[in-house]
Design a protein around this ligand. Structure first.
Ligand code: FHN
Length: 597
């Protein structure tokens, strides 16, 4: 085909695709596949939120300001002229780029994403477009970004930049500052053309090859503007990724909400940013550090669902990464030295659902069981592996083969492993299973060896619930309407009496904290029996994967399963309370065997 004809056809195809006229799914874009290969291998990155907000560190004029630290300008409505003065104090004399990059490396993180400009509008690099930057406006006068870029190159870590493309509380035409500027007089295009795009161009041309540009809070950015940013990045650095928060679904991968880990395996590339405590930018009063076990559990769980884990540190105004962050990162790094094979470049779990004991990752011919709840006596069972296991061992003791049995019992494929009575790792121990040939896996919802049947809303049939949507954490959100019905099919192996427990989720905002609403009346039908009950707070449980949103457990009654096999469970709300405007936020239904019945 003549080159001219081919390019005409390509242009036509692009036009049709843009208009949504081409059939889905699209074949993978080879340029994107190439760009994203390193990132799929990396799985774990360091996020750094660092800026002028580290000086007030959560306190303004003697008052503790609630919420995340880097939002202090907004939360305390600090006038631009006052906030700007912080630059004159910014002198992070303890900053050492090599130390930060070496920390990321020791933690096992393969890329660093640092705030080149956050919503406060202050550039943490030497910008020629605006003098409101770390070199021109502070006594420190050093381009920390350049120093980090050099340190990253020395250590083989990919450097990436965060850039707030829409919110800019400093610029008169940026979005978000309603206390200094009259929104009705703002001209976003002027900000976008005169500051945002030129600065994105600067960060892409001044610091060598970058791993990605991490945009944030797209708000109502137009598709045209999102595409312009993507094209700018890909034109200047074709190998540089763009995250999903560029807006309008035109990034190279999807970004989850802050601290949100999806409940099931997703068949696309995604990443979740996570805080080590409750803030991104440094806040002196925030001591709510996640435990090392939570961090490792989250990391492996993210990988088990096909994602990347971007873990944040918020350095102080002196340029120091807080010690509790350092300690935890080093512990995660020590864990990865032993277990990295089950994380870097690992593929997701073949089972679409979650396990209470931990998570599963895989490689061709291999499964990794990341066990965080060690079974009593070391007896561990897994249902649903339909293929022969050749060898089983702990990654911490590779030479010692574990004893196991495999067989088909009671209608299920059953693997029983004999583990040592004590776990080799106090946080998460990994069992590797080498599989012979092509294995098949039971992907439907099944009763687990502990007897529980967990039915997450993420796997519910929503045909009878047209007014509900289920978010990626698996929560049926904004359930205000009675008459919506969810249904699940599952396989139950053991007849007997079961308690029907509902797990509903707390709602949470960075500023208002956690809240929950109960009192709803629900009806559950299973195996021909119908029970009704009230959703009441009978205890709050920490969900290790998403500790920011606790579950509220409510037992609404008991049912008896007479015979093993497929069972359909349906749940409908007869009455929904909504005084607090939260409604019913169901996450899962559980059938829990009643002892001795
Ligand atoms: O508003 C920002 C917030 O300050 C922080 O940068 C996080 C990190 O993902 N992103 C935005 C909120 O989602």
């Amino acid at each position: 085909m003549k080159t001219k004809t081919r390019s005409l056809l390509t242009a036509l195809a692009a036009l049709l695709a843009a208009a949504g006229a081409l059939a889905q799914p699209q074949p993978p874009d080879p340029a994107r596949e190439k760009r994203i290969a390193w990132w799929r291998e990396a799985r774990f990155g360091m996020f750094i939120h660092w800026g002028l907000y580290a000086i007030p560190a959560g306190e303004w004029k003697g008052q503790a300001i609630p919420g995340i630290g880097e939002w202090i300008m907004n939360r305390a409505k600090i006038p631009v002229r006052e906030y700007e003065l912080l630059a004159r104090q910014f002198n992070p004399v303890k900053f050492n780029a090599d130390e930060w990059v070496k920390l990321a490396k020791a933690a096992g993180q393969k890329y660093i994403v640092i705030t080149s400009k956050h919503h406060d509008g202050f550039a943490m690099y030497h910008s020629r477009v605006s003098r409101y930057n770390i070199v021109d406006a502070t006594p420190f006068g050093r381009d920390v970004t350049k120093e980090l870029a050099e340190a990253c190159r020395r250590e083989g870590i990919r450097l990436c930049f965060y850039y707030s493309q829409v919110q800019d509380w400093h610029h008169p035409d940026g979005v978000g500052n309603t206390w200094d500027y009259d929104e009705s007089k703002q001209n976003f295009a002027r900000y976008f053309n005169e500051l945002a795009k030129p600065q994105v161009r600067e960060i892409l041309t001044q610091y060598g090859p970058l791993g990605e540009i991490w945009f944030d809070t797209p708000r109502n950015i137009s598709r045209e503007d999102s595409l312009e940013l993507v094209n700018l990045v890909h034109t200047l650095q074709p190998a540089c990724l763009v995250n999903g928060r560029v807006g309008n679904d035109v990034g190279d991968y999807r970004s989850m909400g802050d601290n949100q880990i999806p409940v099931k395996v997703l068949d696309y590339d995604w990443e979740t940013p996570v805080t080590l405590n409750d803030t991104w930018g440094y806040k002196k009063d925030d001591h709510n550090w996640k435990s090392t076990q939570t961090l490792i559990r989250q990391l492996v769980d993210v990988v088990s669902k096909n994602g990347n884990y971007l873990l944040n540190v918020g350095p102080t105004a002196e340029g120091v990464i807080p010690q509790p962050s350092v300690d935890r990162l080093l512990e995660v790094g020590r864990w990865l030295k032993v277990n990295g094979e089950a994380v870097y470049g690992a593929k997701p779990s073949p089972f679409p659902y979650e396990f209470e004991w931990g998570s599963v990752t895989s490689r061709p011919g291999r499964l990794y069981l990341h066990i965080s709840e060690w079974p009593r006596g070391g007896e561990f069972a897994l249902y649903g592996v339909g293929g022969k296991v050749r060898r089983a061992y702990l990654l911490a003791r590779r030479e010692a083969a574990l004893k196991f049995t495999q067989g088909r019992r009671g209608g299920r494929d059953e693997l029983r492993l004999q583990l040592p009575s004590q776990p080799p790792d106090k946080d998460v121990s990994v069992v590797a299973l080498e599989l012979e040939g092509e294995a098949s896996f039971e992907r439907g919802l099944i009763q687990q060896p502990d007897g529980k049947v967990t039915l997450s809303c993420a796997f519910a049939d929503l045909a009878g619930a047209p007014k509900l949507s289920v978010d990626l954490r698996g929560v049926a959100t904004r359930w205000f309407d009675p008459g919506q019905e969810l249904r699940w099919d599952s396989t139950i192996y053991e007849p007997g009496a079961y308690e029907v427990a509902l797990l509903s989720s707390e709602a949470r905002s960075s500023f208002a904290g956690a809240d929950w609403e109960g009192g709803h009346l629900v009806k559950v039908t299973v195996a021909g029996q119908a029970i009704e009950g009230k959703v009441e707070d009978q205890g709050r449980l920490v969900n290790a994967r998403n500790p920011r949103w606790r579950d509220v457990r409510s037992v609404i009654g008991q049912v008896r399963i007479a015979k093993p096999g497929r069972a359909t469970l349906s749940l409908s709300a007869l009455k929904v309370q909504s005084e607090k405007k939260l409604g019913f936020s169901l996450r899962a239904v559980q059938l829990v065997p009643v002892a001795g019945k």
